[in-house]
Design a protein around this ligand. Structure first.
Ligand code: 13P
Ligand code: 13P
Ligand code: MG
Ligand code: MG
Length: 373
């Protein structure tokens, strides 16, 4: 059976600043989806990570289905009403357009979709991150699909021996989707050369070279490219199929043990380590640290099993302690150097006016003065 798994996420309001949605808000979104999905959706799941709500759907409408995207958009609009009634902070934050126009891409919400012929057993992972941008997944994807140090199956499993194709998007090119496809392992250094710049180049999808099937899909939305100003961080979602021709679940989780530094801590303007967290974890220290959750599912004839929380295990407590130490350490240098993002990332915020004013105070020293000193 051919099915599509779609995840669409948005921040439509949260308690106490950018911490987490209210229970009533989550319930409203889930209720809207349950009420409106008959005949369109086979199954759905609603959850939250930090202040973002993710709606997962299975259906047979294909990728970029207007009906499915509209259902998610309408659920977020309905939720925004509840957020306003409760006086939640940032009600409707990620709904950047007034009216739905065919596809949530380019309207604020993040979307990732996979369409495939269901295997007899079909395990997959749903990742949702808060206080970061889509390039945060570049390193984990590189390591789990192209590096035998994390994916032992690249050595051990004949079903992955041909490697994977990475589709990488240049998200700074806003006129159209600008994408390149590169093959691992032959083009590993070219892949690395792009993925090292996660604010510009973002993995959009990964495909198996053994069977041609899609393995992973990542949201590529950069909100400031839509709004032209800072409206909140992108907070990306990702779907990854696992086992068989794809990495084992543990091979996909493995790189998250690094707690790598990503963009998005406090006001979307700082660098912080990405902490793997349990589902529904709120944000805290310095509006962060950046967090990522992972729910594991199987899907059969479009029906999801219950979600298993992949980062709810004693192993990850030890990683979370390490990531807390890394977060504290980089915060010790405040705004200085690599602790704050480069100006190219900040230029969508209020610092632009400040820099214009300061610029006027600069004077070009005359050559003669230079000689005298
Ligand atoms: P099981 O024998 O538990 O299915 O595990 C197989 C495997 O390869 C896990 O990485
Ligand atoms: P969100 O994008 O998660 O709303 O965070 C915005 C922010 O600036 C937090 O400091
Ligand atoms: Mg928010
Ligand atoms: Mg958020």
């Amino acid at each position: 059976m051919k099915i599509t798994v779609t995840v669409i996420k948005a921040d439509i309001g949260s308690i106490g600043g950018h911490i987490c949605p209210s229970r009533r808000l989550l319930a409203r979104v889930a209720e809207y989806v349950a009420d409106q999905s008959s005949g369109l959706i086979i199954d759905s799941h609603v959850g939250c990570t930090g202040d973002d709500i993710a709606i997962l759907f299975s259906h047979q409408q294909g990728i970029s289905s207007e009906k499915v995207h509209k259902l998610a958009w309408d659920a977020f609009v309905a939720g925004t009403e509840t957020a306003k009634e409760q006086g939640l902070y940032g009600a409707g934050q990620d709904l950047l357009k007034d009216a739905f126009s065919g596809n949530v891409k380019g309207m604020g919400p993040a979307v990732a979709e996979l369409e495939f012929e269901e295997r007899p057993n079909e395990p997959f992972l749903l990742f949702a991150a808060d206080k970061t941008d889509p390039g945060a997944y570049n390193l984990p994807l590189y390591l789990s699909f192209a590096d035998p140090m994390h994916n032992s199956g690249l050595i051990l499993s004949p079903s992955m021996n041909r490697g994977f194709t990475f589709a990488i998007m240049d998200v700074s090119h806003t006129e159209a989707d600008r994408v390149i496809e590169l093959n691992a392992p032959e083009e590993l250094y070219d892949i690395a050369a792009l993925l090292r710049d996660p604010e510009r180049f973002v993995v959009e999808s990964v495909r198996s070279r053994n069977n041609g099937e899609v393995a992973a899909s990542i949201s590529t939305t950069r909100l400031h490219n839509i709004a032209g100003k800072y409206t909140g961080k992108d907070d990306p979602v990702m779907l990854v199929r696992v086992q068989g021709a794809f990495p084992a679940t543990g091979e996909v989780l493995s790189p998250f043990s690094i707690g790598h530094y990503v963009a998005g801590f406090m006001r979307g303007s700082h660098t912080g380590p990405l902490m793997p967290v349990k589902k529904s974890t709120p944000t805290s220290f310095f509006d962060g640290p950046p967090i990522v959750s992972c729910l594991a599912f199987c899907v059969h004839q479009g029906k999801f099993t219950e979600a298993v929380d992949a980062f709810d295990h004693p192993y990850w407590d030890h990683i979370r302690d390490k990531v807390s130490r890394k977060a504290t350490e980089i915060r010790r240098q405040g705004f200085f150097g690599s602790a704050m993002l480069p100006y190219s990332e900040l230029e969508y915020g209020g610092i632009v006016e400040k820099m214009k004013r300061i610029e006027q105070g600069f004077v070009d020293r005359k050559t003669t003065e230079l000689v005298e000193h």
